[in-house]
Design a protein around this ligand. Structure first.
Ligand SMILES: O=C(O)C[C@H]1C=CC(=O)O1
Length: 92
């Protein structure tokens, strides 16, 4: 099942600098692992914003929910999820 997920990040301005560095490193490792396994198909920066637009290919809604809750940055994210269906004019 394909999902478009938009994640907007708001880190607290007073976040401990070490916690910030370690959380961002953990997020990068988590995101890259899921890209290697194929569940996180695309990861794009929304230009000029601390936000990304991602495409996930997961077995079901529960798996997507599990992945999103596991994001190290999850407590600092606003997330919107859009389930995707095939477009009738798509050729690919
Ligand atoms: O920077 C972001 O968009 C937030 C997050 C999503 C993947 C990742 O490595 O960081």
């Amino acid at each position: 099942m394909l999902f478009a997920v938009r994640m907007t990040v708001s880190l607290p301005p007073d976040m401990d600098p070490d916690a910030r560095v370690s959380t961002l490193a953990a997020e990068k490792e988590y995101a890259q692992k899921l890209q290697h396994t194929g569940e996180w198909l695309h990861l794009w920066r929304c230009a000029g914003q601390y936000a990304n637009l991602s495409i996930f290919d997961v077995i079901d809604n529960d798996r997507l929910n599990e992945l999103l809750w596991g994001l190290p940055l999850f407590p600092y994210m606003d997330i919107t999820v859009t389930p995707l269906a095939r477009h009738p004019s798509a050729i690919g």
